[in-house]
Design a protein around this ligand. Structure first.
Ligand code: EPZ
Length: 425
């Protein structure tokens, strides 16, 4: 486990290109098993979660190769439709192989994904949908392992109680090569769901309604080879916007996912940032004291994204007044509060309503803090950039799950930041 050492006080300036999207890459890597051939994925981020999904592809019998940020997948042969317990435990997004392997092999054996630090993260919506699509589910080893099988996947109407990103993606993956038509009601509208649909359409799938709450998938016999370029990562982009804001910097982010972060841009402008877009570049600068935000609620897209909640909390710790955040998506996504308090932040929690009340302080001070999850860790790096003195963010491996190289990126904007050994202080 590595740590990250940040010496605060530098105003971020310059230009930085945004990496490819983790949450688009993961479902599309799973989707490659639907095609008995070659998929070429351009702008694919080299991050731990992607490397993990690739390891599972190879466990399944696929061949993969990197050329820079281009990933080649040969999924002509699937030797065994089973995903090891170890793989699922390490990364719950491997559950996306459920729909993909059912689509390809009409069978899958996969461990039941546990929760993580941000919540229990059940998969009932996923399993209920598969059952409605003519899939039989067996629970083995006291429910630790799920064995699903069918003689053919039959399209059906799927009503999601909540617009779950993963459940929407698994239904689409299972429906792509099915008999008949699947209609998803209350589908997730996140850009990463739209990106999965675009990839599958280019491979020959028949999908309509992508980006809306009603998606229709008409099953086809097979898919074909495709070369696809992944969209930039909107949460990485949003994270770096908060880093520029927190340091009162002035920088340009290129290859920016324009039009996919409007809720975050609206809030940052309300907090006092100037944000200008031209083509697919965005300039962020902040010359006046950061202002508090009376109330922010995390919501499904296009609302304020839960994956930006921790980073926004860091910014509001520096604002001139009181702000309130309500985390509506995950039940325990305030792990950072304790860490920010160590840096001098004033935050109180109303757990009954999953609310955090932040009273801005003039400066944070550097100290040793711990990353509990991917986005929380990135938010602590942002706090370190703005703090007086040096901050050590321990458990930085969690950040590498989604950020190709946060030290490389922020150093390019002038930050004094580097990886260091775990027990550095
Ligand atoms: C995706 O997770 C993202 N991960 C998450 O990003 C993101 O926070 C989340 O969507 C919400 O936007 C990837 O795309 C790989 P959900 P997912 O199913 O699909 C409940 C990051 O930092 N639920 O939309 O797991 C669930 O408990 C990660 O990149 C059920 O109750 O999220 C949660 O409260 C963190 N039953 C809510 O729905 C189910 O069967 C939203 O979960 C499924 C979900």
């Amino acid at each position: 486990m590595s740590s990250i050492k940040v010496v605060g006080g530098e105003q971020l300036k310059g230009e930085l290109k945004i990496q490819g999207s983790k949450n688009a890459a993961l479902p599309i890597i799973a989707a490659t098993v639907l095609n008995k051939g070659i998929t070429t994925l351009k702008n694919c981020p080299k991050i731990l979660d992607v490397l993990h999904m690739i390891k599972i592809l190879e466990e399944l019998g696929c061949k993969t190769k990197w050329q820079g940020n281009t990933l080649f997948v040969d999924s002509s042969v699937i030797t065994s439709p089973s995903v090891s317990e170890e793989s699922v435990r390490k990364m719950r997004s491997s559950i996306l192989y459920l729909g993909a392997l059912l689509g390809r092999c009409h069978e899958v054996t996969i461990a039941y994904p546990g929760g993580c630090s941000i919540g229990k993260r059940p998969i009932d919506y996923h399993l209920n949908a598969m059952t409605k699509m003519n899939v039989t589910e067996e629970f083995l080893n006291d429910g630790e392992i799920i064995h699903c099988y069918t003689n053919e996947i039959v399209g059906n109407d799927i009503f999601l109680e909540f617009p779950s990103v993963g459940a929407t993606q698994n239904v689409i993956l299972a429906a792509a090569l099915s008999q008949g038509t699947t209609r998803i009601f209350n589908a997730a509208r996140e850009p990463e769901v739209t990106e999965l649909c675009s990839y599958l359409q280019e491979a020959g799938a028949r999908i309509s309604g992508k980006g809306t709450a009603y998606i229709q998938v008409e099953g086809v016999k097979e898919l074909h080879d495709v070369t696809f370029t992944l969209m930039p990562d909107r949460i990485v982009a949003g994270t770096y916007m908060t880093a520029i804001a927190a340091t009162y910097g002035d920088a340009v982010l290129t290859d920016f996912p324009v039009g996919k972060l409007d809720a975050v841009i609206r809030i940052l402008r309300k907090a006092g940032c100037s944000i200008e877009t031209y083509e697919n570049n965005v300039r962020v600068y902040c010359q006046k004291k950061l202002q508090p935000i009376e109330f922010i609620k995390t919501q499904p897209y296009p609302g304020f994204p839960t994956d930006m909640q921790s980073q926004m909390m860091t910014v509001l710790c520096l604002a001139d007044g009181k702000s309130t955040i309500a985390e509506e998506i995950f039940e325990s996504r305030y792990q950072n509060v304790e860490e920010l308090r160590k840096m001098g932040a004033e935050i109180s929690l109303e757990s009954s309503e999953n609310k955090a009340i932040i009273t801005g302080v003039g400066r944070l001070h550097g100290t040793v803090v711990k990353s509990h999850d991917l986005r929380g860790g990135a938010a602590l790096v942002v706090a370190g950039l703005a703090a007086e003195g040096t901050t050590i963010v321990q458990g930085a491996t969690s950040i590498e799950r989604g950020y190709e190289d946060i030290c490389r990126d922020l150093s390019a904007l002038g930050a004094n930041i580097r990886y260091c050994s775990e027990n550095a202080s």
